[in-house]
Design a protein around this ligand. Sequence first.
Ligand code: GTR
Length: 342
Amino acid sequence: MKTLKKTVTVLSALAIAGGLLAGCGAKETAGGTEGEKKAEGKKYTFRLADTHPADYPTVIGDKKFAELVNERTNGRIKIDVFPGAQLGEEKAVLEQVQLGAIEFTRVSSGPLGEFSKGFGVFSLPYVFDSDQHLWKFLESEAGNKMLDSLEGAKMKGLAYYSSGARSFYSRKPIASLADLKGQKIRVIQNKINIDLVAALGGSATPMPYGEVFSSLQTGVIDAAENNFPSYQSSNHFEVAKNMILDGHQRVPEVLLISQTAWNKLGEEDRKILKQAALDSVKTQREAWDKYEKEAEAKVRAAGATITEVKDLKPWQDAVKPVIEKYRADYKEALDAIDAARK
Ligand code: GTR
């Protein structure tokens, strides 16, 4: 199997080289085609870090992005996708991206909010009514401006990906909001999450994603929160079997490039990268919709107790002080989010 794979890799490498050679020959003819022009210039091999496993929807999006860039530069820009936190946990990866040591990452806006304050708005509870509302905002001028605002943190946002809604799950039963009282709950490393959990009566423990499974297993924490795909793919559902569908946040994923890498690239390459990122969104969102349903079915089949919340009002009322605390900081974005509701 391995040898076959190797042979195929060698053959495709030869095919790419052949294609490039053919391109070189053709380039001598007057003008040259668009494709040939894109094959000119510097060659790059970049790395893209993602915390999720290879079959997770964000990684499917990353790979589509890498494939489109490769195609559109005739193999000149190669992006190797490293899933499964191989290059580190999200916060550590973001630090590497700022230094230019890792060129790309797909990351949640949760940890990103600690690097670029504007992204904190996505950690505020119940600011979006639905996924449709969220996407209307993400695709608006304000949503695009936020991607550009990452420049202040030595990064450049390329596109948003889907991430559904986050809900709490615990080793202990949680049938209502009252049950969260006193529970030790892991949150993404972002200060808004600490206020959010406190407002709901719990005590927040910020920790990297990769440590959550063993912390739940050993009882270092009681609970955590996430969407169905992460709850399932991380196996948290095996140790924290009680989930309550409170949907407190919609925290989109972001595909971004290090400013250092961006600065090295020519205008044409930048355009290709940006467009490829936007074009990969459709693939990611389709994969998301499918995976989300499958993940929910899998955790239910495995015997997890999933409690629906009929009335979100007590939850929304409880977290009002969090919104009030941050309202002035996020006024502009919150107004744009309201405008996207209409
Ligand atoms: C997931 C997100 C990851 C990571 C994780 C977490 O929903 O896709 O990038 O941020 O949550 O809770 O740490």
